[in-house]
Write a protein that binds this ligand. Sequence first.
Ligand SMILES: [Ca+2]
Length: 116
Amino acid sequence: MTLANNNTSSKYKICLCFTFKKYYNDLATFDNEEEHDQVVQTLTSEGYTGGVWIGLYDDRYSWRWSNSKKNMTYTNWAGNEPSNYQSKEACAWLYFTGFWHDDQCGNPLPVLRFKY
Ligand SMILES: [Ca+2]
């Protein structure tokens, strides 16, 4: 499934690719709240009601975006997240409601990629 963002000013198309996160290093990242909200709106408008891996990981010292390796500025964690349950949750996924959760990287979820 490919999600086309209706906002013509957006530089992104969103590809919701159903495979495992470990095969991708170009997952969606957000520079700011506006970009994040665009993605959430697109997921919602397409009727998607699940979670998707995003390009955010914990390198054991801090959460980082996979594209830039920079520390995060904008965050939107769900309540009690990131929980790092059993010290095994080093990857982040976005729920369609817009909130983020950390989880084990090997869990099967669709990945959210930007398709340029
Ligand atoms: Ca968690």
